[in-house]
Design a protein around this ligand. Structure first.
Ligand code: SAM
Length: 286
């Protein structure tokens, strides 16, 4: 990929979900969840969880999709939210309890290596929680075993050129600090931007009837109702851009903040800062 998305693509923080990145996701949970809610709703509709089903939500984060799935499978079904971040699972556990849902359980685990029970899940779901594995082949072989006889449904980001919210942020960062060429095989949000890479990994893991369709929709940067200046602050802190530009000094940092605000002002409307986004909705049989 020759674009300027590398400020996020190659950020080593994305390899530390069990630590710093998980904490950052929790700090900005409302904003992050607000941003990805439209794509998540499309994925939940596609997954069409049925009453009585046993579901695994991989990389469930703060648990918003897990709770929605628990509602869909009802009291005869069961949903397990699995995440590598203990802080996020702690938060999700409280959320499930506050919602009074009893058909839920939570696991702090690495989906890549955790021994999952064979054929335990009718549906494996994920909203942007499966792009961060060190060894995707091994991770999906592990997941597919637990999903045997069932189906997979997940949503992952499409390519940065179709996601101006990240492409343009990357260009702004690259205007003050040189950005390395992104490595498309490194763990990160755009790991499966090339759908054929993802298809090959899923098929190699034992999935069949892999179907991949594009979804286009809004991305509310900084969550619903954010102003351009809130969205710019959010981008600096939540996406770790502050650290990416730190070496360029204070003046450069102020320029980035100013340029982000100007960018977000172009997309500001009644809902907040609404930028176009593109994801892949992926389904398969195990
Ligand atoms: C972009 S967030 C999405 C969170 C959640 N699915 C949502 O939509 O709100 C990615 C999530 O994947 C989790 N994650 C990353 N690597 C993981 C792994 N190897 N095993 C389990 N969870 C992982 C992170 O901790 C994080 O919660």
């Amino acid at each position: 990929m020759s674009d300027n998305s590398s400020s996020m693509q190659d950020d080593p923080a994305f390899e530390d979900w069990g630590g710093e990145m998980g904490e950052r996701w929790l700090t900005y949970l409302d904003q992050f969840e607000g941003m990805i809610a439209p794509a998540g709703e499309a994925a939940l509709a596609k997954a069409s969880a049925q009453p009585g089903e046993r579901v695994l939500d991989v990389g469930c984060g703060g648990g918003a999709s897990t709770l929605a799935l628990a509602g869909a499978v009802g009291p005869d079904g069961h949903v397990t939210g699995l995440d590598i971040s203990p802080q996020l699972i702690e938060h999700a556990t409280k959320r499930g309890r506050n919602a009074g849902l009893e058909n839920l359980s939570w696991m702090v685990a690495d989906a890549e290596t955790e021994e999952l029970e064979q054929g335990a899940y009718d549906l494996v779901f994920s909203r942007f929680g499966i792009m961060f594995f060190h060894d995707s082949e091994a991770a999906f072989a592990n997941i597919c075993k637990a999903n045997k006889g069932g189906r997979l449904c997940c949503v992952v980001w499409g390519p940065p050129p179709e996601n101006p919210w990240v492409l343009k942020m990357g260009e702004i960062v690259a205007s003050v600090v040189e950005q390395p060429e992104p490595d498309p095989t490194a763990p990160g949000p755009f790991r499966f931007a090339n759908p054929e890479t993802f298809r090959a990994i899923l098929e190699g893991a034992g999935y069949r009837e892999v179907a991949i369709e594009p979804w286009h929709g809004p991305q509310l940067v900084g969550g619903k109702g954010a102003t351009p200046s809130h969205a710019a602050r959010f981008a600096m802190e939540a996406f770790n851009l502050e650290e990416s530009v730190a070496e360029a000094g204070d003046e450069a940092k102020q320029k980035v903040l100013h340029d982000l605000q100007a960018l977000f002002a172009e997309y500001h409307g009644d809902d907040g800062v609404s930028m176009p986004a593109m994801t892949w909705l992926v389904s398969a049989q195990a």
